[in-house]
Design a protein around this ligand. Structure first.
Ligand code: NBP
Length: 477
């Protein structure tokens, strides 16, 4: 038998992706370092479609029709290089290695360049949607050559999620590492979304005084409006869940220490390198780190906070509405920052990424899927050179309508001592962009004072320096 595609690495993601291909009518060769996983897959799900089980790398490669399409779904990092090292010598020019793991885009660029020399297409591919998405339709972000997409795209379109308008949630993002870069920023935005939702929850709990079950109801209501999204939906599920052992709200029995695997951190690290302010994503990553510093938190428990000032029922309900406004406005800012980073990466690496397409393929399948993304797509479709999402008229108008409530929520949070770094960073970004003058002028003055770093004037061209240690006259630098 000859298989149209092969999957090596059959842990949760690879197994479900292989089943997804098989269920869509493709013959799938399956392989895993530990052969027991391969046998288990065929035993358990063999009747879902056509699988070709391969025990060795040679058998696996031989089972594939040419040009070969070989999907690698192993742990990102060294395992990926090990698998490439094992398979590449068995491949021929024109064959494709599709890395569906969460690789760092810089690794993808290196691997792509190395394999290109040997005529092999390396397609670094972001896949979002977790286990469930891999099986029933993920959002897929392939990079690599145009040529490889021509041979692979139709299959990916078939197994991907579909947006509400039926469009497949996959596109050729751009060359080499573009796909993994966009997946990285997707995850960064996911961190920010989760942080903002977390802050909204904490405010509803500590300022409005609501119990988790009641807050779940509020999220359910929000999910029928402009915040309609997968993350809001599952938030309601988690908040309404009751722990069987104790009968208490599930959120109250889980340790409040958030973990992370690294894609959020990468998004911030790369943003620092590119000089793109992604303050919302950065605050989300820092908030997770802070939550994990148990000793530091323990040592700080006794620090002074404000006196509690509970709201009555009417005030609490009004406050909950304002939190929705603050959450929505902050979300717009998060996406503005994330898309700015994609635009900057695209510019830096010459990827020509279509931002509207990125929003379009995130509409279904992935963790940040949301009705909202269709509006981002529309904004970029209307104006592909949009300098920022905030310059889109619709978003600008919505923030204008939300801003008073957004500010009030931050006042309440500050007064009552509820940490809201995501909301606050988003508002600071918004106000900084709006500002006629920033204190950056003073910063430049300080830099010129202590380091003769020079400055530019508002009224004349050129670089200038003031003789701070002398008569304070100005010279041309
Ligand atoms: P894991 O990330 O847990 O990786 C397990 C797989 O890697 C197994 O098949 C294992 O083989 C194989 N492997 C390892 Br570990 N070292 C190897 C080596 N040196 N040579 C060959 N194979 C090796 O699996 P996963 O959770 O299914 O994720 C797969 C990829 O998809 C990862 O890169 C992950 O970041 C990415 N991803 C995951 C999700 C998610 O929701 N889990 C979502 C999106 C992307 P063995 O069976 O022989 O040990």
């Amino acid at each position: 038998t000859s298989a149209q595609i092969g999957v090596t690495g059959l842990a949760v993601m690879g197994r479900n992706l292989a089943r997804n291909f098989a269920r869509n009518g493709y013959a799938v060769a399956v392989h895993n370092r530990t052969a027991a996983r391969t046998r288990a897959l065929v035993e358990e799900f063999g009747d879902e479609g056509e699988f070709v089980a391969a025990e060795t790398a040679e058998e696996f490669v031989a089972a594939l029709e040419r040009p070969r399409r070989l999907v690698v779904m192993v742990k990102a990092g060294e395992p990926t290089d090990a698998v490439i090292g094992e398979f590449a010598p068995l491949l021929e020019p024109g064959d494709m290695i599709i890395d569906g793991g969460n690789a760092h885009f810089a690794d993808t660029r290196r691997r792509e360049a190395e394999l290109r020399e040997r005529g092999i297409h390396f397609v670094g591919t972001g896949i979002s949607g977790g286990e469930e998405g891999a099986l029933n339709g993920p959002s897929i972000m392939p990079g690599g050559s145009k040529e490889s997409y021509a041979a692979l795209g139709p299959m990916l379109e078939k197994i991907s999620a579909k947006a509400a308008d039926g469009a497949p949630c996959v596109t050729h993002v751009g060359p080499d590492g573009a796909g993994h870069f966009v997946k990285m920023v997707h995850n960064g935005i996911e961190y920010a979304d989760m942080q903002l939702i977390g802050e909204a929850y904490q405010l509803l709990r500590d300022v409005a005084g609501y119990e988790p079950a009641r807050i779940a109801e509020i999220f359910r209501t929000w999910n029928t409006g402009r915040l309609d999204s997968y993350l809001i939906e599952i938030t309601a599920e988690v908040l309404s869940h009751v722990d069987a052992a104790t009968g208490r709200p599930f959120v109250d029995v889980v340790q409040d220490r958030a973990e992370q695997k690294g894609t959020g951190r990468w998004t911030v690290q790369i943003a620092l390198d590119l000089g793109v302010p992604v303050s919302g994503i950065a605050e989300a990553v820092f908030a997770r780190s802070l939550s994990g510093h148990a000793a530091l938190r323990e040592a700080s428990r006794g620090l002074a906070g404000p006196a509690p000032s509970p709201l009555d029922e009417t005030e609490a309900a009004a406050f909950a509405d304002r939190v929705e406004q603050a959450l929505y406005a902050s979300k717009i800012v998060s996406y503005t920052q994330g898309f700015h980073e994609i635009a900057a990466g695209s510019e830096e690496y010459g990827w020509s990424i279509d931002l509207g397409q990125v929003a379009a393929i995130w509409r279904g399948g992935c963790i940040i899927r949301a009705a909202f993304l269709d509006r981002i797509r529309a904004a970029y479709d209307a104006r592909p050179d949009l300098p920022s999402l905030l310059s889109d008229e619709t978003f600008a108008r919505e923030i204008a309508a939300a801003q008073d409530d957004w500010r009030d929520v931050l006042v309440a949070a500050t007064r009552q001592g509820v940490p809201t770094p995501g909301f606050a960073a988003a508002l600071a970004y918004y106000d900084a962009l709006r500002a006629e003058r920033l204190p950056a002028a003073l910063t430049q003055g300080q830099r010129d004072f202590f380091g003769a770093h020079t400055y530019r004037r508002t009224d004349r061209e050129g670089s200038f320096h003031t003789l701070w240690g002398g008569d304070r006259s100005e010279v041309t630098a």
